[in-house]
Ligand binder design. Sequence first.
Ligand code: ADP
Length: 213
Amino acid sequence: MNIILFGPPGAGKGTQAQFIVKKHNYFQLSTGNLLRNEVKLNTELGSEIEELISNGKFVSDEIVNKLLKQSITNLKFRDRIIFDGYPRNVEQAINLEIILNEFNQSIGHTIFLNVSRDIIEKRIMGRMTCDICNMTLNAYFNKKEIELHPCGAEHLKKRKDDNLEVVIARYDTYMTATKPVLDFYIKNSNFTEIDGADEIGQITNKINDILKV
Ligand code: ADP
């Protein structure tokens, strides 16, 4: 079944998605990574995206939908997708439902990682992402893992938008645009809220329990 991991930026969605991918053989679909990968692949769509991003413009819903459909219709990923950081607003939530219905799929679980802004600030300020394997580590909490990172520590980079001012702006955007998405999903029986302030391993265990059901 497909899963939505939902929560503010820095809640730990990417971190948990990595574990689910390994343990349950899932495909992590983050629209940010999807867009960046398309640019890396040098496709026609990729150069269109690159131009928009480098001019500071938003990528249109049309482009995001095109990429979403490519993944949803890929038989390798059928019913094994973790949506990480998507949908971000109610329009996208409705759109996702339409696309999934069209291809006879659905969302099996919506997991909400709830974390306060205080904690998020600390996590995002220390976040390092590998530009090869997309693994996320934290400069404050994962010093050893960073040193031993298989792709080489030099590939772990801070994202340009991970600074305090931007973090606050992103959190505010989340509160206004993304939180209504919660109301959209909360009424469903397959919705679960997890305390995202817990330790990484504890959260992983809770998610594993949910996925067993
Ligand atoms: P998101 O994908 O929700 O934006 P990330 O998974 O990238 O969040 O996590 C943000 C930062 O917080 C990363 O540096 C990550 O290593 C760290 N982190 C994630 N989950 C936890 C946790 N439960 N406790 C402590 N740090 C965490």
